[in-house]
Structures are given as C-alpha cells and as structure tokens.
Design a protein around this ligand. Structure first.
Ligand SMILES: [Zn+2]
Length: 411
C-alpha cells in the first residue's frame, strides 16, 4: 500500500519483529508487567527481559510501582513513555503549511506555520522544507523518527509520494515525497490531506470501539478520508475518497474534472461566494447585502458563514442549500459504508456550526434510517492542524519499527 520507509536488515528481522510486538503491547496497555507481556505475546520471559532492558535504557518505558500479585513478590509495572520519540507531520490548510511534531500517542508537542507565498509546487516545497527545518531545530534529533508524513491536497500516488494532480493549486505530477526525502534526508510518506485527517480523527477523537469512520474536508475542494476496520482505506491506486467529484446535479455547473454538477462545484469556498452573490442580486436585503453592497466581488464564503451564524436570512438560505448538497453526499456515504461517525472538517465546516447542524438534520432525507441510526454526523474539533496530526499518524503507524532506527540505537 505505502512504500516501506526503511530498508530491511535481514539479519535482524526476527529480532525486529519481537521488539515490535513488545513495543505494540506496551503502547496499547500503557501500564503493564513483564509477566503479563509474556502472557499476551507468548514470548519467553528471558527474551522480554532483554528487550525491556533496552527500552528502559532508551527511555521508552519506566518502571513504576508494583502490580497486584496472587502471591509472592508483586511484579514491577512498566509504564510506556510516549514522549520518548516524535513524529513530524505536515499538511496544507488554507494556503499554509501546518507542521507538527507529535509524541508517540499523537499529542502535539511542537508546531510551526509556514505560508506559501504563491501556489506553485516549487515554492510550496521550499516553504515546507523551511518550516520543517525550523521545527526539527527545536527538537532533540535523537528522538525524531526518521520518516516524515505529508498531507497535500489532490490525487496522491501514495506508492511513490507523488501528487498526480491538485486542481485548485494547479499542481500536476509533483514528486513531493522524493523531493522532501532528497532535501531533508528523512523518508517521506505522502497521503491526501483528507486521508491524513481521517487518521487524526481515528487516533485523537474516535472512541476505541470506533472501527468505521469518514472524515470530510470542505474548503477550496472537498475530499473524504475513509477508515474501515480501523485501517485507512485508500483504494486500488490510492485515490479513494474523491467525494468532491460525486455527481449531485447531473446538468449542474462544469467541474475542472470534466464532469458536471460535482459536489465541489456546489459547496466549495468559491461556490458559496458565488451562490451568495447570485442570491443577493435577487434579494438585496439584510446585513450581508449591506456589508457588500458596493463591492460584492470581495464577498467570501466566510462572510456568508458568519452572517448565517448571526441569522441573516439570505446567508441562511445559501448555507441551507449548501447543507442540502452536503447531506446528499453524506447520506450516500452512510448508505454505502455504514460508518459510526462522519466528521465534517476543513475551513468551511470548521467556520460554521450551523452548517454542520443543518447537514446532520437534512441527512435524514437522504440516508436510510437503519444505517443512519448507527451514525453520528459531527464537526471536527482538531482544527487547522488535523491534516498535519494525521500526517504524523502515517508515521506513527510504523513507530513500533521506526523507534529502533533512532540515532541513539544505531550508535
Ligand atoms: Zn468534478
């Protein structure tokens, strides 16, 4: 699915597997004794002892207190230390790179912000390298996992780290992964920012019993990240989730993809601005009209969302129409995938509780009652760093193995 970030070391393969297994158990259980690890993994106590000693030395675990015992000396409890290593993730949000370092449990420990001065791929990659360098300078290099996660917009070939196309940025065949690898010396894992966002929601928001979820990002474009059975579903050539190009109105406005009436043409930032200008021409009244009477061309989607929150009738009608289109798409997702949660994020959804409320209400008209009874439609609470956190999770998914490649271990 995604290229292996590191080369195999044949002689140490079985040792790596054993260490990974212990690492995984420790990270899941958080506090656990050596005998219990032996029970869960089926490994010998001697093997576990050697591995745990290594981990104690590196700071990945500490010993804390004693557990309960059915007799004899109570076993020492090992405590997992998420801050033993950091993952770096970056994602584009509203023409800015959001770059974060997270600990092993995906909590953000440091962040950077880097605007892209224009929308060209070269400038964006320069900006990303600048921001990443700044962030890495603030961290202990011996603790940074040797892989970076990147969440650009657009169709991404995840096997090769290439953005095949990102229409709203005008990018085509941008080898962002290989370029970042060349310039930073870190391996790169690349996934569309909405796919990354879905991973962020899975790790940070969803309850442990949540197995199926969809994250929908709405901004200059619209895309979905799909989690099935707690795994990111990417499809055959990693392009699953192009919700923005679901047909909503068969003879609707022409889309950059060549088809008509795509969701993106009806609910994106641009689309909301255009719809409001058109609505105000027919209904020249209310605060939105008064504020933009002389310069309607300056009216943005965010002006409309703000005005709708305050009850401006024209803005409300525009947002309700947008909510209806989104509800059709979300209803289709609910019928098709039967998720537990559908999270609406991205600049547009995050600016408008009213929009989310309306989608959650209107979706009843488009989803079947039974699958919908299992689903909640909610707003994203992770904010503009969602994609960056999720990009870090792309790395953290391999942390059981990567941890042992940190400089401290290879010395
Ligand atoms: Zn389209």
């Amino acid at each position: 699915m995604i290229h292996r970030p590191t080369k195999e070391r044949p002689n140490s393969a079985s040792r790596d597997v054993t260490r990974s297994r212990v690492f995984e158990v420790l990270s899941v259980y958080d506090r656990i004794s050596r005998p219990r690890i032996a029970e869960i993994t089926g490994l010998s106590r001697a093997t576990i002892s050697v591995i745990v000693d290594e981990m104690l030395e590196s700071g990945l675990v500490t010993q804390s207190g004693s557990g309960s015992s059915s007799g004899g000396r109570p076993p020492t409890i090992l405590q997992f230390c998420p801050s033993a290593a950091y993952a770096i993730g970056a994602s584009l949000y509203d023409d800015n790179w959001r770059i974060v370092a997270t600990d092993l449990s995906s909590q953000v420990v440091a962040h950077e912000f880097e605007a892209i001065p224009d929308r060209s791929a070269d400038t964006a990659i320069d900006a990303l390298v600048r921001g990443m360098d700044r962030l890495r300078n603030r961290l202990d290099p011996s603790r940074v996992l040797p892989v970076v996660g990147i969440g650009p917009p657009g169709l991404v070939d995840m096997d090769h780290g290439i953005v095949k196309s990102a229409v709203d940025l005008g990018w085509k065949e941008v080898a962002i992964g290989p370029e970042i690898e060349r310039r930073t010396g870190l391996h790169a894992l690349v996934a569309n920012r909405s796919k990354a966002g879905a991973l962020a929601v899975l790790w940070r928001v969803a309850k442990p019993e949540t197995t199926n979820l969809v994250y929908v990002s709405i901004g200059t474009g619209v895309a979905a990240g799909i989690i099935l059975d707690r795994e990111l579903f990417v499809g055959t050539n990693s392009s699953a989730g192009e919700l923005g190009h679901m047909t909503i109105i068969p003879d609707g406005p022409l889309c950059e993809c060549g088809n008509r009436g795509c969701l993106q043409q009806l609910v994106s930032e641009q689309a909301i601005g255009n719809a409001a200008r058109l609505a105000l021409r027919h209904r020249p009244e209310g605060q939105l009209y008064e504020a933009h009477e002389h310069h309607p061309e300056l009216l943005t989607a965010f002006d409309v969302l703000d005005a709708a929150e305050q009850g401006d009738p024209v803005a409300v009608s525009v947002i309700e129409e947008v909510a209806e289109y989104l509800a059709i798409a979300v209803g289709n997702l609910v019928n098709l995938l039967n998720p537990q949660i559908v999270v609406l994020g991205g600049p547009i959804a995050e600016a408008s509780p009213k929009l989310i409320e309306s989608v959650a209400s209107f979706v009843r008209r488009h989803a079947m009652a039974y699958p919908l009874s299992a689903a909640r439609i909610i707003g994203n609470t992770l904010g503009p760093e969602t994609g960056a956190i999720g990009a870090a999770v792309l790395v953290l998914q391999h942390s059981d193995r990567l941890y042992f490649e940190l400089p401290a271990w290879t010395k």
